[in-house]
Design a protein around this ligand. Structure first.
Ligand code: ADP
Ligand code: TRP
Length: 323
């Protein structure tokens, strides 16, 4: 299977990004042909500072490599290094009904808030469709919030195929249910927009401090608690081995503990979990050329596939000679 996903470099990656999306990329790279990119063209709809966008794009690549993306197994590249995607985006745009885009949540939410949206935000799902279709991707691992965009991609591809013949492979979204919604320190969905995130690459002391600030309820220590509805427990389950999680569930149901104890256990488990990635990141930071080389080689591989698909599309719709 060809597996493809993109992630926007719009801020420091956090636990939600890791458990909801990045961990899947890393798991899938072993048995599949993986293509992963930093979606800097999409990020341009929100980041308008050139130095910041460059820095965040670079940091995103470092983070993915440090977290275990292996350039010998998977292809890692910058979205903008494959211009064929933008060319394909235009072709797809010519056949995309406005109504399909008006239903997409990012645009709808902005409009509902009375804010004016630009064409980039409105057509964002078409660029995402081009990202996916340009590589004949079969599976797209994403968090729950991106599933709608994959549906739009399938609609666009289906109608193109209907009109011009079987040109595109139809992709499928792959969502990890167990981490569909990682809670943040306030118990809401962890998201950089809510300022409730914990990153795997923050200073360990800062991470501990944030964990200590995780909001908990005010029930007395003695009263038993339901682990399944507690976000501290949910976070602990992401890091600790199953036997430790089972022991923790017993403790919750029995009661008689303070949340401070659980927070300490969570901080220890998280620190241990991400220690190898932190070390790898520090080491990679001393070799900036290696990261550049990986991105250049990745873009070359990705471009050769995208060029092949673009030629097929252009032939099918009359932009170039028939095949
Ligand atoms: P943010 O909400 O911080 O802006 P993004 O929207 O850039 O994060 O998300 C990048 C990827 O990480 C997406 O695939 C998204 O579904 C996933 N993701 C983000 N936050 C979470 C979360 N709290 N739980 C699970 N997955 C998440
Ligand atoms: N829109 C996705 C997000 O915000 C990022 C993205 C861009 C993407 N192109 C993609 C994800 C193609 C999967 C496939 O998370």
């Amino acid at each position: 299977m060809r597996v493809l996903s993109g992630i926007q470099p719009t801020g420091r990656f956090h636990w939600g990004n890791y458990f909801g999306a990045i961990r899947q990329y890393i798991d899938l790279q072993h048995a599949h042909d993986g293509l992963y990119f930093i979606a800097n063209l999409h990020a341009l709809t929100t980041i308008r500072e050139p130095e910041l966008l460059r820095k965040l794009s670079r940091d995103a690549a470092l983070d993915l490599l440090a977290l275990g993306l292996d350039p010998d197994k998977a292809t890692l590249f910058l979205q903008s290094d494959v211009p064929e995607v933008s060319q394909l985006c235009w072709i797809l745009m010519t056949g995309t009904p406005l109504g399909l885009l008006e239903r997409c949540h990012a645009y709808k939410e902005k409009k509902a808030k009375g804010l004016s949206a630009d064409a980039g935000l409105f057509t964002y799902p078409v660029l995402m469709a081009a990202d996916i279709l340009a590589y004949d991707a079969n599976w797209v691992p994403v968090g729950q919030d991106q599933v709608q965009h994959i549906e739009v991609c399938r609609d666009i591809a289906t109608s193109f195929n209907h009109h011009f013949g079987e040109v595109f492979v139809l992709p499928e979204a792959r969502v990890l249910d167990s981490a569909a919604k990682v809670p943040g320190i306030d118990g809401e969905k962890m998201s950089k927009s809510y300022d409730n995130t914990i990153s795997m690459f923050e200073d360990p002391k800062a991470i501990r401090k944030k964990i200590m600030r995780i909001q908990t309820d005010s029930r007395p220590m003695e009263s038993p608690k339901d682990p399944e509805t507690d976000h501290l427990y949910q976070l602990f389950s992401l890091f600790a081995p199953p036997e430790k999680v089972a022991e923790m569930a017993v403790l919750y149901r029995r009661g008689g503990f303070g949340y401070g104890e659980i927070k300490k256990a969570l901080a220890d488990a998280a620190e241990q979990y991400f220690k190898p990635s932190q070390d790898r990141r520090a080491e990679l930071e001393t070799r900036p050329d290696t990261v550049t080389d990986i991105l250049v080689a990745g873009a070359q591989r990705a471009r050769s596939k995208a060029a092949e698909v673009l030629a097929r599309v252009e032939s099918a719709c009359g932009i170039r000679a028939p095949k």
